[in-house]
Unconditional design. Structure first.
Length: 472
């Protein structure tokens, strides 16, 4: 991790490290996600086969993206879906607000959508006098707390059932309980009223099929299906890389998404939306609008290496295996997309001059790249962005400050000691004998807040082998 992280990020990280209760909750959830995923993909050959298929599908789709988007728009229009294009997050929010205002919408319900977190849609609509209600249970709880998501799959992975019980007691006037079933029933009871009264439904999109102009929405609770079918108007918000060529490409992606996210063989609900309610149909929205968001993705697409980040299917597996994410959680990143994928994607969307700090929130251990079902080489992308975040003057973009002179001297000494055997032996010997007496000052103090102080062996391997030979 870079020492020159901007102060707000450093403060969020330190607060997360010191919150032992949240760390314990997060540890349990992530361990459960990992064990379920490993059980689901116990057959390594099957996982490798699915992964190769998914990687090829997404790579081909990105290579053909301009043509696929045009094909999708034409077919979606034939189905009655009204397509709107947004170059920026602000433009997407304005399009959605215009649609709501023209429809005279009064009650807005939302299915889970990470792209709406990217655009800040809820904040924008609330500022204009509307109040969209999140209908996925975790998102509903997060909205009650007025907090950003902590994970792309489990947005409240840092909260215990006791936390939720106290929250419901305060916000919903429900009798306190920490029984999970009863807590879910309390949330559903409140949300049913919102479903009945809503005239606008907003959702994200998991995949868009170019050959048929259809939207594919994946979930486990049914809230997305309710949000996209009960209200008179359904507005879907999608980033442009979600398009795939054909329905035949969908099965491996669905298997990997559900298996990598929650360890399921298949999602509980897969909704395919081809258009608004037909003349002979009794339910469904009378209008379906789709807002396709660019927000820097065309620029990312132009780079053959960095475009690989757009292969992401939002399963969250990279976060589940990342040791940094496990320690600090998603909210510390200050990004709608946390973890390794967020540290690659968000600096490209926002610009390295603003979020060049994020690629340094990694140990570069490679666990994220190994876990990614879409085959994104996250480690190498993080390394490249780290390089680009430094100018020739040693300024970390996004940090607002240059590297301290002492840091440059330290890294020069490190380079010399690791390229010259004699210096390496001398440095190792000094550290082994005297580091244990060093006070916990500066960076060493920050490092040891939640870790043991580094310990070096008093003798190196060569010295121990010589001693063994002499004893014989």
């Amino acid at each position: 991790m870079s020492k020159r992280l901007p102060d707000p990020l450093r403060e969020r990280i330190q607060a997360a490290l010191l919150n032992e209760e949240q760390r314990a909750c997060r540890k349990r959830v992530l361990a459960d996600f990992r064990s379920r995923r490993e059980e689901r993909f116990a057959d390594a050959a099957e996982f490798a086969r699915l992964r190769a298929m998914a990687r090829e599908i997404k790579r081909r789709a990105l290579h053909m993206l301009p043509d696929l988007l045009q094909q999708f728009e034409e077919n979606a229009a034939k189905n009655g879906i009204m397509v709107h294009w947004a170059e920026t997050a602000g433009e997407a929010n304005e399009i959605i607000w215009t649609l709501i205002r023209k429809h005279g919408g009064k009650k807005i319900i939302k299915g889970k959508s990470m792209v709406s977190e990217e655009t800040g849609l809820n904040i924008n609509l609330t500022a204009k006098g509307a109040r969209p209600v999140e209908t996925e249970t975790g998102e509903f709880i997060r909205q009650l707390c007025n907090e950003p998501p902590a994970h792309v799959v489990s947005s409240i992975c840092h909260k215990s059932r006791q936390d939720v019980g106290r929250l419901f007691e305060k916000k919903l006037n429900s009798p306190y309980t920490d029984d999970i079933d009863r807590l879910c029933q309390s949330a559903q009871k409140v949300l049913r009223g919102h479903f009945r009264e809503a005239d606008i439904g907003i959702s994200g999109v998991n995949f868009a099929v170019a050959s048929s102009g259809a939207l594919v929405l994946v979930e486990n609770e049914g809230n997305v299906r309710m949000s996209s079918t009960l209200p008179d108007m359904h507005i879907a918000l999608m980033s442009l890389e979600k398009v795939i060529p054909d329905f035949s490409d969908l099965p491996p992606l669905l298997l990997l998404l559900s298996g990598s996210a929650t360890g399921q063989r298949a999602p509980a609900y897969v909704s395919v939306i081809r258009g608004p309610r037909g003349a002979q149909e009794k339910d469904g929205p009378r209008q379906v609008h789709l807002v396709i968001l660019d927000n820097g993705r065309s620029r990312i697409l132009a780079d053959r290496e960095l475009r690989q980040a757009l292969q992401c299917i939002r399963c969250g597996a990279c976060m589940n295996y990342c040791p940094v994410f496990g320690r600090i959680g998603g909210q510390a990143y200050g990004s709608p997309y946390p973890g390794p994928i967020g540290s690659v994607l968000w600096p490209q969307i926002q610009g390295l001059h603003r979020r060049g700090d994020l690629p340094f929130l990694s140990t570069l251990c490679g666990a994220c790249a190994e876990a990614c079902p879409a085959g994104i080489p996250l480690q190498s992308l993080l390394e490249r962005l780290r390089d680009e975040a430094h100018t020739s003057q040693g300024v970390v973009r996004g940090s607002g400050s240059a590297r301290r002179p002492g840091e440059s001297v330290f890294w020069r000494i490190w380079e010399l000691s690791h390229t010259r055997p004699v210096l390496n032996t001398l440095t190792g010997g000094i550290l082994g004998k005297f580091l244990r007496f060093a006070p916990r000052l500066g960076s060493l103090r920050a490092w040891t807040i939640c870790r043991s102080k580094p310990r070096f062996a008093r003798k190196n391997l060569h010295q121990m082998l010589r001693k063994r030979r002499n004893q014989k």
